[in-house]
Design a binder for this molecule. Structure first.
Ligand code: AMP
Ligand code: MG
Length: 500
């Protein structure tokens, strides 16, 4: 007698679209992923799966575990390692390239890339692998930043393996599937300019303009060189917006080399990043950054430095130093305007112009600097300060805010001045808005360390719990307050470097 019909096997036949991989052989090498022994699922994002059109139940499919660990190819995929160059810590590093990443193709307008899938012609001395620890950090951070409204690469899934990988100690391997509309970096442009491969440079720039910056074609001479200066300006604008969001959130990237700068203004390449605990503008989150080049408060200036490197890369196409200069001239103003809007929102001040009653355009600036000085003076916890300010605005609980300071006289005086300058600010919907601006749940380093240790012991539930909290960082999530508290003392001793 025939039994019940078996459900059809779950497969995924992506409708690959033409994309970066079709630009030609100058842009990279076809490389097969290196098989990964005994892969197992660590995590996935249902939201990213939906963007890619993965079928229901895909995480149960052994074919897809094989594909996302690099043990099998998705139908029709021709993996590619791309070549780029870049400046690392302010020094020209020459050719770099995807040393451990492979582009599988583009689906629904999104590039799909394996990270940690083995050696490529660009691996240099590296092993082509990523470890579970750093892959969990990227997996969680890319979801956390997205949920906070910050442009970022996304992560579809994370696969682990018992395969040993030598870092400072022996760790276990992992492969992350990274997704973004484009993974092109500033360094891609620097590469072809440095090699004097100007035809390829133009091809790359035109590809990026057509796909991602079509507005650059709307000038009086859409086929002329002005479009390249327009591209530089548009990238500069997006980068300024991104940096404003990072600074307002207290996000420190840690390795702002030009090869880690996205041409789309996305947060890219999560390594030793950190969300600030106590507010320390000079905070250095990268253990290997001995000079503090990438210290928190230097990020906007470094982004502009990197944009100058991009300008150098585009110079053979722009061919007009003044036009390039003009394209970058707006960065500082854009950054300051965006940062100010971010900080106004954090303070609960309306964005509207002209200013509301009792509010002069500059009052917020007069208030912000002294507040930052107060926070820095006692290294008050950045996220908790803003959340408690929002709660005070909502419920009038100013004592919990004052309690953050050993010497509350400074904050008392500041609050008096604030209420004098903005008498009507905490009325109506303002407080609600503040609670939707100042997150309760952030991916602090110690939280990541905890779920990493548990995942290394084979327990993935804590990772999922954290993932769920970070997906809705502005909500209260009753019962989970422990994730939103002060970091434990040992958090200060966590040291994270570039090696991952
Ligand atoms: P990162 O510091 O992670 O941005 O990497 C800088 C460069 O080194 C990029 O070209 C990476 O592809 C490459 N790279 C980093 N780690 C490895 C590794 N384990 N194996 C091969 N290449 C790597
Ligand atoms: Mg990188």
């Amino acid at each position: 007698m025939a039994g019940p019909a078996l459900p059809p096997p779950i497969t995924w036949q992506p409708a690959w679209q033409p994309g970066f991989a079709d630009l030609g052989p100058a842009f990279g090498r076809a490389v097969l992923p290196t098989p990964l022994p005994a892969p197992y699922w660590v995590g996935h994002s249902a939201e990213v799966a939906a963007l890619l059109g993965l079928p229901e139940g895909w995480q149960q499919a052994p074919e897809l575990l094989a594909a996302f660990s690099g043990n099998a190819l998705l139908p029709g995929s021709q993996p590619l390692a791309s070549v780029y160059s870049g400046h690392q810590f302010g020094v020209w590093a020459g050719q770099l390239g995807d040393g451990r990443a492979l582009l599988l193709g583009q689906v629904n307008g999104l590039e799909v890339q394996l990270k940690g899938s083995g050696r490529t012609p660009y691996s240099r001395m590296g092993d082509g692998r990523a470890v579970l620890r750093s892959s969990i950090r990227e997996f969680l951070a890319s979801q956390a930043l997205h949920a906070l409204g910050v442009p970022t690469t996304r992560a579809l899934c994370l696969v682990g393996s018992p395969a040993p990988v030598q870092r400072e100690t022996v760790e276990s391997a992992a492969v992350l599937t990274r997704v973004a509309p484009s993974l092109i970096r500033f360094g891609h442009f620097e590469h072809f300019a440095a090699r004097r491969q100007y035809a390829e440079l133009r091809q790359l720039a035109d590809f990026v303009i057509e796909r991602h910056y079509p507005a650059c074609l709307q000038g009086p001479d859409p086929t002329g060189r002005a479009r390249y200066a327009a591209l530089l300006q548009a990238v500069s604008e997006r980068t300024a917006q991104l940096l404003a969001q990072w600074q307002a959130l207290g996000f420190c990237h840690g390795v702002l080399n030009t090869d880690n700068m996205s041409i789309l203004g996305l947060t890219l390449d999560y390594g030793p990043y950190q969300f600030l605990d106590g507010y320390d503008p000079g905070h250095i989150c990268n253990h290997s950054d001995h000079q503090g080049r990438y210290a928190f408060e230097r990020q906007p200036a470094i982004a502009l430095w990197n944009l100058h490197a991009l300008a150098q890369g585009l110079m053979p196409l722009i061919d007009d130093a003044l036009a390039a200069e003009r394209a970058l001239a707006g960065f500082e103003d854009s950054f300051h305007a965006a940062y100010r809007q971010q900080m106004r929102a954090k303070l609960g001040l309306p964005q509207a112009h002209p200013p509301s009653q009792g509010d002069s355009q500059d009052n917020d600036l007069q208030l912000l600097q002294p507040l930052l000085a107060l926070l820095a003076g006692e290294q008050v916890d950045w996220a908790i300060f803003w959340r408690r300010l929002s709660q005070a605005a909502a419920q009038g609980d100013w004592e919990r805010l004052r309690a953050l300071f050993l010497q509350p006289a400074g904050i008392d005086a500041w609050l008096l001045q604030f209420k004098e300058l903005f008498p009507n600010v905490y009325q109506g919907e303002t407080a609600d808005l503040m609670l939707k601006t100042n997150p309760k749940y952030l991916l602090r380093n110690y939280l990541a360390e905890q779920v990493i240790a548990q995942a290394q012991d084979g327990q993935f539930d804590p990772l999922q719990t954290l993932q769920q909290l970070l997906a809705r960082p502005f909500d209260e999530h009753p019962g989970f307050d422990a994730y939103a508290g002060f970091p434990p003392d040992w958090a200060a001793d966590i040291s994270i470097s570039c090696s991952s």
